[in-house]
Ligand binder design. Structure first.
Ligand SMILES: [Zn+2]
Length: 97
């Protein structure tokens, strides 16, 4: 009896852990540096997303951990979704109503 109860609790805690992971676990984004051609993985806190009025002014930026270059890359809709969903700090360049 106590055994089945333990199993039930374990199942629940696993589900809870997964639910928590979705929002808390650090998301890693793969990025490349055009300067030193380095490839690396960055956490959400290392990236900045700027959303402009159009896709042309929407970009994400980060500092290359290898050479220190400030990298800025255009961000399409999918990337914006990915970054915002991953907890990247977002800056809106245009005023919204
Ligand atoms: Zn670099």
């Amino acid at each position: 009896m106590s055994e089945s109860a333990t199993t039930g609790v374990t199942g629940m805690s696993v589900a809870a852990a997964f639910a928590g992971m979705r929002s808390v676990a650090p998301v890693v984004f793969r990025a490349g540096c055009p300067d030193c051609r380095g490839r690396f993985e960055l956490g959400a806190s290392a990236l900045r997303l700027a959303i402009g009025a159009s896709s042309r002014t929407t970009f994400y930026s980060f500092t290359c951990p290898d050479c220190g270059a400030a990298v800025r890359k255009p961000a399409g809709e999918r990337i914006v979704e990915l970054l915002t969903g991953g907890g990247v700090r977002t800056l809106r360049l245009h005023s919204t109503v």
